[in-house]
Design a protein. Structure first.
Length: 268
């Protein structure tokens, strides 16, 4: 679907998107690029990054792929350094990298729990922490939205409770808390806005393939106010809005983009 936004709303901006090689992260990278931003994508798999970067560049988007694991502070530091070295600055950090699998609490080892917390929560904090010095300098361009921006991709699971997702629910609750704390402190001190997006079930993503096989997807249609899965596009449009000057007064919020699903039914 065509974007309703003007093609230059992120002109001159530089974004780093973790988990940017596939799914929601790749769509955000693509839409940011189509609206004027240069994009660095970070992920663990070289081959996935190469395919994604080729697709971005084929549209004329300035893009690079940087291998790294958000669980490793040295990877985070290196990726930030390479991004700013390549593009000269950083304006926007999108924390899209996430780990997930379905498992009952009984069968989940503490290490399995820790692994998802490490990727989603600690990984988000690590990237924010390492990006701060770049965001302090970056994001100070023209226009009313002069500070940097962090966007944390969250979920709605933890607003209620869900089956087989105790680790992800805990991890995303922490992510939302990180969003609010940094919004307060870095908004005040450095004019950096920190917001989140909580997607509902989004079709054609690694998460959906893993978490909701075909049967579950069709059953859950009955509970859905808008009776359809969201698209990666829906999340990218929310990200564009928050990243553009239109979002200049939005700080510390996590925007739910789920067609109202979490209101109507706790989980499938
Ligand atoms: C039970 C599992 C498991 C599984 C891993 N573990 N997979 N336990 N069921 N399916 C346990 C392991 O037994 C181990 O604990 C610990 O987790 C670490 O496992 P590793 O395989 O060593 O970890 P690693 O290779 O680092 O992989 C971690 C990973 C990650 C979390 C599995 O690779 C991953 O999820 N990748 C997929 C990314 C993805 O799907 N992204 C989209 C996310 S969607 P022990 O005790 O044995 O040592 C999303 C949406 C959220 O986030 C909202 C949904 C509505």
């Amino acid at each position: 679907m065509a974007s309703p936004f003007k093609a230059d709303i992120l002109k001159g901006k530089v974004a780093l998107v973790t988990g940017g090689g596939s799914g929601i992260g790749l769509e955000i990278s693509t839409q940011f690029g189509r609206h004027g931003a240069a994009v660095a994508i970070m992920g663990r798999r070289r081959q996935v990054l190469d395919v994604a970067v080729a697709a971005l560049r084929s549209e004329g988007i300035r893009a690079i792929g940087l291998e790294g694991d958000v669980r490793k502070q040295e990877d985070a530091a290196r990726v930030l350094e390479e991004t700013t070295k390549h593009f000269g600055k950083l304006d926007i950090l999108v924390n899209g990298a996430a780990g997930n699998f379905l498992v009952s609490p009984e069968d989940l080892s503490p290490n399995g729990f820790r692994t998802v917390i490490d990727i989603d929560s600690v990984g988000t904090f690590t990237m924010c922490h390492e990006a701060l010095k770049c965001l302090k300098k970056g994001g100070r361009g023209e226009g009313p939205s002069t500070g940097g921006l962090i966007l944390n991709i969250s979920a709605t699971l933890h607003y209620t409770a869900g089956w087989y997702q105790i680790h992800v629910s805990a991890a995303k609750a922490a992510v939302d808390s990180i969003t609010r704390s940094l919004a307060l402190e870095w908004g005040t001190d450095y004019d950096i806005r920190v917001n989140g997006i909580a997607p509902g079930p989004i079709g054609d993503t690694p998460g959906m393939r893993k978490l909701a096989p075909g049967e579950l997807q069709s059953k859950s249609r009955d509970y859905r106010p808008l009776y359809k899965l969201g698209e990666r596009w829906d999340i990218a449009m929310a990200a564009l809005y928050l990243a553009s000057d239109a979002g200049k007064y939005i700080n510390g919020t996590t925007m739910v983009v789920d067609g109202g699903l979490w209101l109507s039914h706790p989980r499938h």
